[in-house]
Design a protein around this ligand. Structure first.
Ligand code: IMP
Ligand code: ZN
Length: 354
């Protein structure tokens, strides 16, 4: 996958020794969305197959598929976070059968976990179960878990994402399936809240996260991603007692104090924040606040395809000298890698899981 933008510039500025240090550093990727991490080469292959064999499994036209892929290939122009969500309909049209979903999952797992220097030692992949004409939400999750099983629980876990736009019936169905899969011993380790940050009623969601927590699933929530997210909503979400938080960009003092007190790990996605323009510069990024407070964080990619990044690229953004990076020392970067391994939704030490 071609890396470009801030992560590529940071990587280019490192010495061979620094690159080697990042490649070998033990680290966990804890915030990667499946459909935002599919290599473009596979999407192109799937697009060719889709266009060549009507009738289609989705209502998305060939033109929308082609322009969506061109946009991803060129590097999408994202002026605000809302632009980012328009990238997904074309991808979803291509990932609407069990076989295309399995191929996509396999490609993402390969991307993160294979090769001489795998991007990470452990991947907690997340995805929103989607119902299509070809599969139920339960089939969706089983297909993804089936691919994860080839790598084993030592290397992978699945987080089921709930979308802020889901209605009560779908939420109930999804959480019920997740609890069932966990009870069957599948590697479904947690539940996430994601999607358009301006949508949804957060109070109505509480009961589903309570159920997930009671079943022993980890909880992570995309929170305070934009300035439009009111402090009241942030406090509501924090009252679900999440184990981890995605982004947490716009926390006020009260929310920050709660997060520090509870030692809630923050999943930090530097390129994502810069490219979605929710954070103007690395210099002003909230990662600095959490580093100063020695607070648990995990550095993650979010959506490697549109943000044209990789986990080593995100680590390079910590190690590179300003203005390309944060200028952290190797010891500081190593400590961040350790924190990411600590924050996995695993209740067993890695050696004891199969
Ligand atoms: P999926 O859940 O595997 O389909 O991954 C893509 C989906 O993840 C998108 O449609 C969004 O709902 C969600 N997503 C990806 N990145 C973000 C983010 O930064 N904020 C909120 N939701 C996101
Ligand atoms: Zn995300």
């Amino acid at each position: 996958m071609a890396i470009a933008g801030p992560a590529a510039a940071a990587l280019r500025s490192l010495t061979p020794e620094q690159l080697n240090f990042i490649q070998k550093l033990p680290k966990a990727e804890l915030h990667a969305h499946l459909n935002g991490s599919i290599p473009i080469s596979l999407l192109q292959e799937l697009a060719q197959e889709y266009i060549a064999s009507p009738p289609h499994t989705s209502s998305i036209s060939d033109d929308i598929i082609q322009s969506g892929l061109k946009n991803l290939l060129d590097g999408p122009s994202i002026n605000e976070i809302a632009d980012f969500f328009t990238l997904f309909p074309a991808i979803y049209a291509l990932i609407s059968t069990p076989s295309s979903l399995a191929r996509a999952t396999r490609a993402v797992l390969r991307l993160f976990l294979d090769g001489e220097y795998p991007q990470c030692d452990y991947l907690e992949l997340r995805s929103t179960p989607k119902e299509t004409s070809e599969m139920t939400r339960e089939t969706y999750l089983r297909v993804v878990l089936g691919e994860l099983a080839y790598y084993g629980k030592q290397k992978t876990g699945l987080i089921m994402s709930l979308d802020r736009k889901m209605g009560p019936e779908v939420l109930r169905e999804c959480v019920g399936i997740a609890i069932k899969l966990k009870s069957e011993g599948e590697s479904l380790v947690g539940v996430d809240l994601c999607g358009d940050p301006t949508a949804g009623d957060m109070e109505a969601l509480r009961t589903y996260f309570d159920d997930a927590r009671s079943a022993g699933l980890g909880i992570t929530l995309h929170i305070a991603e934009t300035l439009q997210n009111p402090p009241q909503e942030t406090l509501q979400l924090l009252s679900y007692s999440p184990d981890r938080l995605g982004h947490a960009t716009f926390l006020d003092e009260q929310a920050k104090n709660l997060v520090l007190k509870n030692k809630t790990c923050i999943e930090i996605c530097l390129s994502s924040n810069l490219l979605c323009k929710t954070v103007p510069t690395l210099e002003s990024h909230h990662i600095r606040y959490y580093l100063q407070h020695n607070h648990p964080i995990a550095i993650c990619t979010d959506d490697a395809l549109p943000f044209r990044t990789s986990l080593p690229g995100e680590y390079a953004l910590m190690l590179a000298q300003p203005p390309l990076g944060l200028g952290l020392s190797e010891a500081e970067v190593k400590a961040v890698g350790e924190m990411s391994m600590q924050a996995r939704f695993k209740n067993l030490p890695i050696a004891e899981t199969a």
